[in-house]
Design a protein around this ligand. Structure first.
Ligand SMILES: Cc1ncc(COP(=O)(O)O)c(C=O)c1O
Length: 445
């Protein structure tokens, strides 16, 4: 005898209808207007959203849970699996992920390996400010090393030469998706007993010697701002396989609390009213015991839902970034008299964030004219973030050390810029970007 399944309750039927409407709405939006050269903007970066992102987000809204819940759990698990890591902790930005990473290294949970005020962290002078700011925010001292085109990452020898008696850690970004020499730098970190944080905000899916970036360091960080490989609007994550680092980062993310119950859950340890913490009354509610001077850097389940849908498409996004890089590289070959083209690090396969270019010596003075030429044709351009960070207004008067010279970082600040290759750009758009660059230098298209 066969049984028909019981009918779904009215609320479940309504939810299914709503989600179908959302998918239909998204499918209707899917066709982009035709590209008109010189009129249609070609942004340097952007998001690519589809029906799944909108349907998951609405599903999360309909749950009514709002704070990190089932979508966040699924997102963290999938991300940890992608990076072969024990743990992934979502947070509200890549900057927050870096703050959590550096702050976790200062946690008393690490015992004698915890960083102390005035300890040094070695980092690159050219890059994004919030790779470096958590060093200052934790009253530690940055030690800047140089980097230069065409790789835009510091050399392992420069990192090793920067190590001093107070150096305790290295934090480096894989610049614009191009991996730094992660294997060599991890070996240097191990040799000198330094922690290594990989800022992978621009490098989700890049590989070095066949291993994903984010799997070499003690901690990796990610950003899910719309410019990045996947997005949830605002968001980030910290990834680690070290249980002590995970515990410290989770506590710091969640107000500094000692308890590690998921939002809305109580007493997962079974000892909520049974603990004793030195100066606290016996049995003080563990949910309100604070082990760190923490923050609240959590995300909502709506953000996680969008992130989960994006993670399901990550392989396609990575492939599109690589393909778009190859299109630009091909279309710009022969411009080397004027432009230094980007070069992937040896033994690496970058999922590029952008396409960096550096003007050769005699062309460098023409950068403002070139950027203006591109801007007037609606081609988005960006500098390599802060350029030489030591020149930024907020760094003046601060304590830092420079190892060697920062001539390369100055060259990046004065002569480099990058154009877009994100998956939302079409071959026509990429060809037009390259054509306009060639045109500026009087080269045949
Ligand atoms: C290398 C790097 N680190 C950190 C960040 C900060 O990420 P968020 O914007 O999510 O704070 C960015 C932002 O683009 C970045 O490029």
């Amino acid at each position: 005898m066969t049984h028909n399944p019981p009918p779904a309750p009215p609320s479940a039927q309504l939810r299914a209808r709503i989600l179908q409407c959302v998918r239909d709405y998204a499918e209707n939006l899917a066709t982009a207007p035709a590209f008109v050269p010189g009129e249609t903007p070609i942004p340097p970066s952007g998001k690519v959203l589809g029906a799944q992102e909108l349907a998951y987000a609405v599903d999360a809204v309909l749950d009514g849970w709002l704070t990190a819940g089932r979508f966040n759990a699924a997102f963290e698990e999938k991300l940890a699996r992608f990076l072969d890591a024990g743990f992934a902790l979502s947070c509200n930005s890549g900057s927050s992920a870096n703050l959590l990473a550096v702050s976790a290294l200062c946690s008393p949970l690490l015992g004698e390996r915890a960083l102390q005020p005035d300890d040094e962290i070695i980092t690159a002078a050219a890059g994004f400010p919030t790779t470096v700011n958590p060093i200052l925010q934790n009253r530690l001292t940055p030690v800047f090393v140089d980097s230069a085109p065409p790789g835009y990452n510091p050399a392992p020898e420069a990192i090793e030469a920067a190590i001093g008696p107070r150096s305790r850690a290295i934090i480096l970004a894989h610049t614009l998706g191009n991996p730094f020499a992660a294997e060599e730098i991890r070996a240097i970190a191990d040799k000198h007993r330094l922690w290594l944080i990989e800022d992978c905000c621009d490098a989700l899916g890049s590989t070095h010697r066949g291993k994903k970036t984010g799997t070499f360091g003690h901690i990796a960080t990610l950003s899910f701002y719309p410019a990045h490989h996947i997005t949830m609007g605002e968001g980030g994550a910290l990834v680690t396989s070290d249980p002590a680092l995970k515990r410290a980062a989770e506590s710091l993310r969640d107000w500094g609390r000692d308890c590690h119950c998921a939002p809305g859950r109580d007493n997962t340890c079974g000892r909520r009213f049974r603990g004793q913490w030195n100066k606290l009354p016996a049995g003080y509610d563990h949910k309100y015991v604070y082990a760190h001077a923490g923050y609240n850097l959590k995300i909502t389940d709506i953000q996680a839902a969008i992130g989960l849908a994006q993670l399901e498409r990550l392989q396609d996004f990575i492939a599109a970034r690589k393909k778009n890089f190859a299109i630009l590289a091909r279309a710009l070959s022969g411009t080397e008299r004027f432009l230094q083209l980007p070069q992937a690090a040896p033994d690496s396969d970058p999922a590029w964030f952008g396409f960096p270019l550096t003007l050769e010596a005699e062309a460098a003075a023409r950068r403002p004219d070139l950027l203006d030429h591109l801007d007037r044709r609606k081609i988005g351009v960006r500098p390599l973030f802060a350029g030489n960070l030591t020149r930024q207004p907020y760094m003046q008067g601060r304590d830092y050390r420079v190892s060697g010279t920062l001539a390369g970082a100055d060259r990046i600040m004065n002569s480099s810029f990058w154009i877009g290759l994100y998956p939302g750009l079409t071959e026509d758009m990429l060809a037009y970007s390259a054509r306009c660059l060639r045109e500026f230098f009087g080269l045949e298209a």
